[in-house]
Write a protein that binds this ligand. Structure first.
Ligand code: C2E
Ligand code: CA
Ligand code: CA
Ligand code: CA
Length: 281
């Protein structure tokens, strides 16, 4: 056992060192990416799973690197958070998503979705100018606060320093979604302390549904739906990949859902086409 432990260590070490090097390089390349316009947004529709109507969309950042090709946000967002680059990057995402929504409103009127979800990192909430920035971006684009849903994770909400910022956004009329809900530590007390409007059940719990075995994850999924109902919040299930999962979640009381089964994150043109087609059904 000792020998194999050592063998696996020597096997992983080069890769770990490579990771450290990659992160440093990724950080500086990401800085250039912002300047060189290598970033763009994809939009994943959110559906009312009881009617099949599209109710909104989540903006998800994409990076096409000239030589590396597609880099996953799961890889570069953490790097951007550590370096602080998430602040200008996040500002760009907010502005771009709001501009896109306003363009859809102008072009498609009532056929367009009403609101857009934007992911906001803890580091952005800490900027004293964040609330003003949100107000300015909405005004610049002729949007109302109800047109924006800000997605934050439980871990960024746990930090008491963000309370006033989130309260101010909520008071303005911007809706707040708690992303990856169920994966954090102190979910229940947070819901009393923060002005949350939406709970997004993490994909990991959706994965467990219909596997047959996993009673634990199934129980969390059901409990989150009930919790949302009691507290008068919206519940969104994310990462729905099969019809069986969708039906099970609907039976549990989920009204909103997002996932590859309904639609993957789409480039703006495809998103607009699906949006208009859905609204005309
Ligand atoms: P997230 O906010 O939880 O976003 C959901 C992720 O799940 C997205 O991955 C989406 O493409 C993926 N997804 C949705 N439905 C399915 C499904 O049915 N099956 C599977 N396998 N995956 C599904 P993506 O776009 O790679 O983003 C990963 C994470 O990167 C996001 O997780 C979010 O934490 C972060 N991120 C993305 N864009 C931004 C951004 O603009 N700002 C910030 N701060 N973070 C972002
Ligand atoms: Ca999200
Ligand atoms: Ca999520
Ligand atoms: Ca996630």
């Amino acid at each position: 056992a000792k020998a194999s432990g050592k063998a696996s260590w020597t096997r992983f070490e080069p890769r770990m060192r490579q990771d450290v090097v990659n992160h440093a390089r990724l950080g500086s390349e990401l800085h250039n990416a912002l300047i060189r316009h290598e970033l763009y947004l994809a939009y994943q529709p959110v559906f009312d799973i009881t009617t099949g109507r599209m109710s909104g969309a989540e903006a998800l950042v994409r990076w096409h690197h000239p030589t590396r090709g597609f880099v996953s946000p799961g890889d570069f967002i953490p790097v951007a958070e550590r370096s602080g680059l998430i602040v200008p990057l996040g500002s760009w995402v907010l502005r771009e998503a709001c501009m896109q929504l306003a363009a859809w409103h102008a072009q498609y009127g009532d056929l367009a979705i009403r609101s857009i979800n934007v992911n906001v990192a803890a580091r952005q909430l800490r900027e004293t100018s964040f609330v003003d920035e949100v107000a300015a971006v909405l005004a610049e684009n002729g949007l109302l606060p109800v047109n924006l849903v800000i997605e934050v994770t439980e871990s960024s909400v746990v930090d008491g320093r963000h309370r006033d910022t989130l309260q101010a956004l909520h008071d303005m009329g911007v809706r707040l979604a708690l992303d990856d809900f169920g994966t954090g530590a102190s979910s229940l007390s947070l819901l009393r302390a923060f002005p949350v409007d939406v709970l997004k059940l993490d994909k990991s719990f959706v994965d467990g549904i219909c596997d047959g075995e996993d009673r634990g994850r199934l129980a969390v999924a059901a409990a989150v739906a009930q919790l949302a109902e009691y507290l008068n919040l919206y519940a969104v299930a994310e990462g729905i990949e099969t019809q069986a999962q969708m039906e099970r979640l609907r039976a549990m009381g989920y009204r909103l859902g997002q996932g590859y089964y309904m639609a993957k994150p789409l480039p703006p043109g495809d998103m607009a086409a699906l949006m208009v087609e859905n609204a005309q059904r």
